[in-house]
Design a protein around this ligand. Structure first.
Ligand code: HEM
Length: 125
């Protein structure tokens, strides 16, 4: 059943579903596995899942505790490509469509495209 509102609980589910796809993707999984390991339930992924849930909450539910610098870590991941960002977006948008009613997905689709565009520009991709 598709969600009718954003909550931290369903954002957490979105994030887990998204990274499940990411870890299955042959193009971008190596970057995530290299940094955080291959086990989503493992100790290194836990804090990342919390951070990203709060990150998306900051654009949707309010009451977010995220106050990091989203771009900085992406300069330490080896050579990323435009194709990798496009894959990231494809998987994220697919997961949004599987999780929320269509009118709700737009806010995070638009936001993720904007941020990905900024990241690519900052990385000169
Ligand atoms: C090819 C594309 C991408 C790859 C391979 C990637 C990979 C990663 C990895 C491995 C981390 C963890 C870094 C660490 O803990 O040191 C991370 C953190 C993060 N990523 Fe990405 N990412 C990508 C695109 C994006 C995009 C498009 C967004 C947002 C729309 C995003 C948002 C974030 C945020 C918010 C963090 C946490 C930053 C913090 O610790 O405050 N990423 N990413």
């Amino acid at each position: 059943m598709l969600e009718k509102e954003y909550t931290k609980q369903n954002l957490r589910r979105l994030v887990i579903q998204f990274y499940t796809k990411v870890l299955d993707d042959e193009l971008i999984s190596p970057v995530f596995i290299g940094k955080l390991g291959a086990d989503l339930a493992g100790a290194t992924w836990g804090p990342h899942l919390d951070t990203i849930t709060e990150f998306w909450a900051s654009f949707t539910t309010g009451g977010s505790t995220y106050n990091g610098s989203p771009f900085a870590p992406h300069t330490q991941l080896g050579k990323l490509s435009r194709e990798m960002f496009e894959r990231w977006l494809k998987l994220f948008h697919e997961t949004l469509d599987e999780t929320y009613e269509p009118h709700l997905t737009k806010v995070l689709k638009d936001r993720s495209e904007l941020i990905a565009g900024n990241f690519m520009r900052n990385l000169r991709l």
